[in-house]
Design a protein around this ligand. Structure first.
Ligand SMILES: NC(=O)N[C@@H](CC(=O)O)C(=O)O
Ligand SMILES: [Zn+2]
Ligand SMILES: [Zn+2]
Length: 343
């Protein structure tokens, strides 16, 4: 196969940041994706409907002329979140999901949730109105090994929340383990799971063996090879519960190369060429469209994009880094030559 035309993809988990960083990264997403679920972990976080509306306006104002892109806004769940404000933001069509960060789990999660009982009223309201909860699924307990934090979160937090809140639609974001794949497969269609580009490509050796590679450090951290293989199998399986959320999370190189460097891989520019390669290697190119363009809209109850995107079998011309007014940002290096380009 030398060309592949698919419904235009969406990204169901994206960090666009704000200001200079947003201006630099937004065109790379808008180039290949029609819509994206926009993560609310700004500083300060996007907590209220009014803040989400203002952020949406800033995104649209930063979109270059001639490009179209629809930001799907989310609210950052805190223990003080007002259920009425959430419901109003949903009813108006502004907000498509609420994001749960366990406090301290990841970048800019300090305002997240520590006491999960405190957010019960909001979760119950969300179940009533059909508003999905997107979850960063890691516990933050210091006595839990960082490689086990996702599996422990499923048992201790996620499953109890789902049992206590029947009907709540939940997206397990950026899953990294076979435990998460197995859990997702055992649930009904109120549960979806996003898989990133980079977690299908790297395992923990890529980060740690032969010298530390800050550009491969993200959260949840990449796990053993058996988990990477489980994620690739899930993504390429054609099962509707699994869909693309790149978690493209730009940080300047200066912020990656610190004694305490930031977590995140910047994959917006080359996600589609990488995914085409992964799906081709797995003999599943015919399932790429489901993963990038159909399963996500079905979960969120949105139409599939009517525009299309065509991939052709030629090496893409993509930058190794992009320049921003805050400094350079390195693009995720998959470690193999790309053979598919977006035409
Ligand atoms: N994935 C990451 O490693 N980082 C994300 C936060 C997140 O999605 O957890 C970020 O905002 O930088
Ligand atoms: Zn996260
Ligand atoms: Zn993220």
């Amino acid at each position: 196969m030398t060309t592949l035309t698919i419904a235009r993809p969406d990204d169901w988990h994206l960090h666009l940041r704000d200001g200079a960083m947003m201006r630099a990264v937004l065109p790379w997403t808008a180039r290949d994706f029609a819509r994206a679920i926009i993560m609310p972990n700004l500083v300060p976080p996007v907590v209220t409907g009014a803040q989400a509306a203002a952020y949406r306006d800033r995104i649209l104002a930063a979109l270059p002329d001639g490009m179209t892109f629809e930001p799907l806004m989310t609210l950052y769940l805190t223990e003080d979140t007002d259920a009425d404000d959430v419901a109003a933001a949903h009813t108006s069509g502004l907000v498509k999901a609420v994001k749960l960060y366990p406090a301290g789990a990841t970048t800019n999660s300090a305002s997240g949730v520590t006491n999960f009982d405190a957010v019960r009223p909001v979760l119950e309201r969300m179940a009533e109105i059909g508003l999905p909860l997107c979850v960063h699924g890691e516990v933050t307990d210091h006595d839990i090994d960082i490689f086990d934090r996702e599996a422990v979160f499923i048992d201790r937090i996620l499953d109890p929340i789902r049992r206590a809140t029947p009907g709540l639609r939940v997206v397990m974001e950026h899953i990294t383990t076979s435990d998460a794949v197995d859990y997702a497969r055992a649930q009904d269609d109120t549960l979806g799971a996003t898989i990133t580009t980079h977690h299908m490509v790297i395992n923990r050796n890529h980060i740690l063996a032969g010298g530390i590679k800050p550009h491969y450090y993200c959260l949840p951290v990449a796990k053993r090879e058996e988990h990477r293989l489980a994620l690739r199998a899930a993504a390429t399986s054609g099962e509707a519960r699994f869909f693309l959320g790149t978690d493209s999370a730009p940080h300047t190189d200066a912020n990656k190369f610190l004694p305490c460097g930031c977590a995140g891989c910047f994959t917006a520019p080359n996600t589609l060429p990488i995914l085409a390669q992964v799906f081709e290697d797995e003999g599943a190119l015919d399932r790429l469209e489901g993963f990038t363009s159909k399963h996500g809209p079905a979960f969120y109850g949105l139409p599939v994009n009517t525009q299309t995107l065509t991939l052709t079998k030629t090496a893409p011309d993509l930058p190794g880094h992009i320049d921003t007014d805050d400094g350079p940002v390195t693009v995720f290096d998959p470690g193999f030559d790309l053979t598919w380009s977006v035409s």
